[in-house]
Design a protein around this ligand. Structure first.
Ligand code: MG
Length: 159
């Protein structure tokens, strides 16, 4: 089964910019209740979508005290456990990040490793790509960051 996830966050000065668990030096960061990690949020929605298990807002509402101050890594790890409890495992992940600045090419490998660890998946099965929005639209004006993630999941083979 495949699943597609999308997320966007507004950017503002003086906020941390966290993408796939990597804190990136930047004047602007995500405005959010959580760490505002668009890559991990889109990944959670892709995983839930592939398993037809709802969406991130249903599982991790910002009104739930259990998830107050939780990192988005914990959302991903919890979702992987949820899939496993349904007999499902991840096959591969492909993420695309759209951000005008700063350039994040130097951080892509660390992002892949963080996704790999959180999803218990070899890093060779994790792709992270990045592009700008050619200075047009809200991303192009530096007002926001967006991410799209697609995942393939399969069933866990009985031993
Ligand atoms: Mg989000």
């Amino acid at each position: 089964m495949v699943g597609l996830g999308y997320d966007v966050h507004r950017l503002a000065e003086g906020r941390p910019l966290v993408l796939a668990g990597v804190t990136i030096p930047s004047e602007k960061g995500a405005v959010a209740h959580s760490d505002g990690d668009v890559v991990f949020h889109a990944l959670v929605d892709a995983l839930l979508g592939a398993a037809a298990l709802g969406d991130i807002g249903e599982w991790f509402p910002d009104t739930d005290a259990r998830w107050k101050g939780a990192s988005s890594t914990q959302f991903v790890e919890h979702t992987i456990g949820l899939l496993a409890s349904h007999g499902l495992r991840v096959v591969n992940i492909d993420a695309t990040l759209v951000l005008e600045s700063p350039k994040i090419s130097a951080f892509k490998q660390e992002m892949r490793e963080n996704i790999s660890r959180a999803c218990q998946l070899p890093v060779q099965r994790v792709s992270v790509k990045a592009t700008t929005s050619e200075r047009i639209g809200f991303v192009g004006r530096g007002e926001g960051v967006e991410a799209t993630v697609i995942v393939l999941i399969g069933t866990i083979e009985p031993r």
